[in-house]
Design a protein around this ligand. Structure first.
Ligand code: SF4
Length: 71
């Protein structure tokens, strides 16, 4: 069995409201390991499911990165 490096949660209206209400940070762009010029993770994790642009779409779930570290 491999390591679990991400956690998933349902992305419902309450989640979306709380992101705004509490300024909840979970995207790569808000993470200290993100290289903005290369749009890549310094730890070489895949970023596609953690980027802000991914959540501009109505996705049914949120995928949290377990290495996220707020800037
Ligand atoms: S550690 Fe996770 S959240 Fe941070 S940049 Fe890498 S993939 Fe994104």
């Amino acid at each position: 069995m491999g390591m679990i490096l991400a956690m998933q949660a349902v992305r419902d209206r309450q989640f979306n409201n709380e992101v705004v209400q509490f300024a909840f940070a979970f995207n790569c762009e808000q993470c200290g390991h993100f290289c903005a010029t290369e749009r890549a993770c310094a730890h070489e994790w895949p970023v596609a499911l953690h980027l802000r642009e991914h959540y501009a779409k109505p996705t049914p779930e949120v995928v949290f990165c377990k290495e996220f570290e707020a800037r």
